[in-house]
Write a protein that binds this ligand. Structure first.
Ligand SMILES: NC(=O)c1ccc[n+]([C@@H]2O[C@H](COP(=O)([O-])OP(=O)(O)OC[C@H]3O[C@@H](n4cnc5c(N)ncnc54)[C@H](O)[C@@H]3O)[C@@H](O)[C@H]2O)c1
Length: 328
């Protein structure tokens, strides 16, 4: 069998499991999608079909959605994972639940198959200790909606097999990703470490009365938002003058928040049951209509930003140089 088109299993069909399944179907894989809780069966098929329909509308796929959908089996039966070369666990962020899911998966799959987790922040070295074959275990950290985003972190735990890591790295290019290999496990991996440093500073600025939530958001969108799809932080500093950053760091870094506590501003929302747009109560309050429109607008935007990102891949300049040389 073509290694690039091995059957893949997804276990956990919540928000991310459904979009990951869609991404794999779009890349041409047969997918066995396991619902560990019956509630998943109420929405999984509809969500995946809707993702495929939208992807067709945005010309991300060449065939009719039904063509991809035929490659999918949705089931509660772990035994159907038997042929899968890669299995992606995508259940809630709870070590005990993930462990019980791993034992059900490992009872079925071959010892050669790769087992991965979409955990946001549990160290892979901890999760791999919960499995029978820790060397074939990796973090595969996706970004929602997985069928449009270019992001993927492949994370090695302490005893992960580097050859299998390389296999996942190569394979993920076929899923439309620009992957990042995290060679050494660290809590939060790469992006969550960067993002949580920013979330903490944003909350500290608001709690200390420097600016409102709206104004912090506006600054973030209109400054970072203008370059972050083209370049990462290092290239950004190169583009805008490294020495200036060096100078500013000396005085600014000691003033940034390094509090180890969860800020009160988010703690209060969570204590009071706020979940954000999902229940119309978060840092902002929403009418049900506004909450629905924010969700729809985010979905629409994710297709638009993808088009722009595809025009500017990470090696955009190398490509321009090659194209110019070919023209000569
Ligand atoms: N939401 C995101 O943007 C995002 C991004 C990156 C990583 N993740 C990670 O992906 C994983 C899934 O997140 P999600 O956003 O899809 O969550 P979700 O709440 O939408 O889905 C969670 C899924 O977990 C499974 N589940 C729930 N209770 C279970 C139980 N008792 N036993 C077995 N399975 C159970 C179900 O399949 C459920 O649909 C988490 O580890 C999360 O940290 C989420």
């Amino acid at each position: 069998m073509n290694d690039q088109l091995i059957p893949i299993g997804v276990v956990g069909l919540g928000l991310m499991g459904c979009s990951i399944t869609t991404c794999l179907l779009m890349a041409g894989h047969k997918v066995t999608a396991v619902a560990p809780v019956a509630a998943d069966l109420l929405h999984a098929e509809k969500r995946i079909m809707e993702h495929l329909r939208r992807s067709a509308e945005h010309e991300l796929i060449a065939e009719d959605p039904a063509y991809y959908f035929e490659q999918l089996v949705i089931t509660e039966d772990y035994a159907l994972l038997i042929d899968c070369g890669v299995v992606i666990e995508c259940t809630i962020e709870d070590e005990k639940i993930k462990q019980s899911v791993y034992s059900k998966i490992e009872a079925v799959i071959s010892s050669e198959a790769i087992l991965t987790s979409n955990t946001s922040a549990i160290p892979i070295s901890i999760l791999q200790k919960l499995t029978k074959h820790p060397e074939r275990f990796f973090g595969l950290h996706w970004a929602e909606p997985s069928h449009t985003t270019r992001f993927l972190e492949i994370i090695c735990g302490e005893v992960s097999d580097p050859v299998k890591a390389d296999f996942l790295y190569q394979l993920s290019h076929n899923w439309g990703k620009e992957p990042t290999l995290v060679k050494k496990d660290i809590r939060g991996f790469i992006t969550n470490r960067l993002m949580y440093a920013m979330y903490r500073e944003a909350m500290s600025l608001v709690e200390s009365g420097y600016a409102s939530i709206e104004d912090v958001d506006r600054a973030c969108r209109n400054n970072t938002g203008y370059w972050i799809t083209l370049v990462g932080v290092f290239r950004w500093m190169d583009l805008t003058g490294v020495a200036a950053y060096h100078t500013v760091m000396k005085d600014l870094l000691p003033t940034l928040s390094n509090s180890p506590y969860v800020p009160e501003i988010i703690d209060k929302i969570v204590r009071e049951g706020g979940r954000g747009v999902a229940n119309a109560k978060g840092f902002y309050n929403y009418t049900p209509q506004e909450a629905k429109l924010w969700e729809e607008t985010f979905t629409e935007f994710s297709y638009e930003i993808r088009k722009l990102a595809l025009k500017y891949p990470y090696d955009v300049v190398e490509r321009k140089i090659k194209a110019a040389a070919a023209d000569m």
